[in-house]
Design a protein. Sequence first.
Lengths: 271, 93
Amino acid sequence: MAKVLVVTSGKGGVGKTTSTAALGVALARDGQNVVVVDFDVGLRNLDLVMGAERRVVYDLINVIQGVVKLPQALIRDKRIPTLSLLAASQTRDKDALTEEGVARVIAGLREKFDWIICDSPAGIERGATLAMRYADAAVVVTNPEVSSVRDSDRIIGLLDAKTEKAEKGERIDKHLLITRYEAARVARAEMLSIDDVLEILSIPLIGIIPESEDVLRASNLGAPVTLSNPMSAPARAYLDAARRLKGETIEMTIPADKKGLFDKLFRRRAA
Amino acid sequence: MSFFGFARRRRSAPIARERLRILLEYERATAGQKDLMLVLREEILAVIGRHVAVDPEKVMVKVDRGTTVSTLEIDIEVPNVEMRASVPIPKFA
């Protein structure tokens, strides 16, 4: 049965789009049919992170307004045949999203895919509430930093109040994904630890993505990190998180890059 | 500053944790409620306004949330001349 997953955070810039793309690739690599949907109308970026920016013809709004049928707007990934993208509109504003329209699109996607991953815009307005509206589960992306944790707390409250599942009295599965984690700074008590964040937000942990230069490199290339460098620390963390989403039990570790002597001697300052 | 002082000063994570704990405790308790400060400001202004002409701009409501107690500070500037007699002032024989 299809599963609708919303990737959300409240705060901007914490890694929603990066995580949507990386998790989408990770799930699709196993042969599952995955679609990633950009809900950031007016400021679309998932297409760019996925390396499909030059292939967008029709978008989510076109489908909602009935200009085209759903299959025409789906962009099949050239590298992974089981992965598709539904882009957001770059020209319209977020009012073009309607609750009824989003419900129709999600229902259509449920018939075609195993996973529907909705990349939420930042904030708590229409785009964000509609991205989470029909979700079965949520990935709450959080940086170990005060403003991000506060906004995640707010988003968790909305997930429990404003989603269709919550309104029907059902439970929406919430998973915490901590990104940009720096173990060395946590060891020096300069950064909130995993336990600190877990204690404050009290939702189960799905993964810990370490701060890494591979993430920026991946978006530079337009190839999610789980595709461009699957052996890198952040990619391994995303691959583990994707397996946990599928229900597998995997020991929680914080992958680290294996550094050679050269790296240790000369690259330490830049890391 | 001594080396130890410097090392202690860098330990900012415990401060972040404590600030978040206090803030979120408050925010979760008041989630979905109308902003208390706005309500207080409106109602206080209405009560005073029944007796005295008050410039809404001259009403300051401040709050300082502490761990155990909070203080509410209300500062209203009342003009000396424009006393309004919309409510009859009781006369004494």
